[in-house]
Design a protein around this ligand. Sequence first.
Ligand code: PBG
Length: 336
Amino acid sequence: MADSFQLDLPHRPRRLRRTASRRALVEETILRPADFIAPLFVVEGRAAPDPIKSMPGVFRLGIPDLVKECKALYRLGVPAVALFPKLDPKLKDEEGTQALNEEALVLRAVRAVKKAVPELTVITDVALDPYTSHGHDGVLTPAGDDVANDRTVGILARMAILQARAGVDLVAPSDMMDGRVGAIRRALDAAGHTDTGIMAYSAKFNSAYYGPFRDAVGSAQAAGTRLLSKATYQLNPANRREAISEALLDESEGADIVMVKPAGLYLDIIRDVREVTRKPVAAYQISGEYSQIHAAAQLGWLDLARCRHESLLAIKRAGADMILTYFAKDMAAALK
Ligand code: PBG
């Protein structure tokens, strides 16, 4: 009786899910190694790779190991890396002065990578947090209770010129100061770097999920004195309209690529930004997004490879053209 029961259904969506080959035919979103940008942490010296406890499988690398890693990524089809320096705390000060040192660690790293793998796209962050003793992305006001916008932007513009001179393909302002994209574009052009692009961290939210990254670069705290809040410059996670207007502002100031960050918790924002701009959209799957998948996998609660794939697929499906992710190398290897 049950077997002979048949619904009169013109549409049976399951038909196209019936076999692996039918499913392949109708697959809408496909990840490929060229979708990924690998964030990499650089340290001084030639010591062995230094594991970051809260980010399993991620290491702080000296320049020789960094170059090796970049070659391996390029061979796997990953087209770009984003470099983040971890400074010796003794080199940090209130003003982040090491950011303007022509021999700064990250600039030496850029030159070494560009020399070894010239075709690899190299991206560097423009922000002061790796350099300031308080860990903020800019310099503070005289009262010390906020980041001074315009003075910070002046420093960032000079920082971007040094990075362009070292050979980066894209500078990536991650500071969220007002007017920095325009100021950086003008400064780069005035210095003749018309071919250096800007990947703007446009909709960067004040996220609790940056925690493991701040361990990695040591920007977590003002030596126990001030509690670090970036709420006066990073976006309120509650705000969607404001995120869209930030992306449009950065585009109008000359951003070549606009970014949404974090990614997985902000898929609606990725979709919104995708719909309002014709520029490429990047999304940053941040440290906490990576760490939570690893942590659950270590407990045996989630399947690492499948969650990794699904988390990135969702970000691409939402509308990201490229994804910064600590999974870049593993994903590229898995997709090969
Ligand atoms: C700061 C910066 C941050 C990240 C990249 N650049 C964190 C912050 O704003 O404190 C976070 C990346 C991550 O969590 O993976 N300029």
